[in-house]
Ligand binder design. Sequence first.
Ligand code: SIN
Ligand code: FE
Length: 291
Amino acid sequence: MEPLTSLPLTEWAQAPSPPERQQAIGALENGQVLFFPQLSFVLREEEKVLLSPSLSNGRAKNISLDPSGKLKHIDVTPGQHRLLQAMMERFARNSVTLVSNLIPGYAAKLERARTSYRPAEIAGRKYSAVKDDTRLHVDAFPTRPMRGRRILRLFTNINPDGKPRLWHVGEPFEDMASKILPKVREPIALTPLLLAAVGATRGVRSSYDNLMLGLHDTAKLDENYQRNTVHNEIAFPAGSTWLCFTDQVMHAALAGQFVLEQTFHLDIDVLAEPARAPIKVLERMTGRVLA
Ligand code: SIN
Ligand code: FE
């Protein structure tokens, strides 16, 4: 499988042609990265002061903007706060417009989740293996149970020095799951309720969430898997944009600095082919209902 499908859009509000729409849906649901080599997010002159890792308070990997407009993990002056919030809000709105125009079938159920700004260089950062995104993984978050819903993410490289963002894209989801799932241990049944009751998770974690967290952690911790699996190297140039289901595409970010990212959550009933969603794949593999 080709890891990438390219579309020649140049504007965030551009309406794609019907064949382009079909191509986009097919690529995304098939587990490819949809690449927009000519779609850039341009900072305004006064926003260029935001191109600095010092805006982050260092307590999280990224600066984030939640859909209510609240910025988190920042260390900024009131002036920078205003600029950062306006810039990230503009990027979030552009992202919603792009995805809604590209796949009108998703638009009704497309939930705008967090927006993030990633001003730190990735190469050389030190994290524990489980938090280390230079290792191939599918996204799954301990605090955000998805119960089978999808994680769709849009990334834009805004590096001012022309530096690409370097990714590895791994094997198809089902191939990964067939190797890793047998090694995943599910926690005992009481734990999800307990975590929700003490406020550690937003909502109750389903078996699907446990398995996805298990796949995320087990794949990252498996040195042998990391060394020997497929690594398609992709360099996303400065000034380009890409979109993929990060709960399905095995991905790792190796190097690069200054990326904006928009997360969407999506119900699987609006997919063209819900049977390709990770929850359906895992239900077939385990013979169980997972959410
Ligand atoms: C990730 O989602 O694992 C990191 C992607 C990136 O920051 O480029
Ligand atoms: Fe990730």
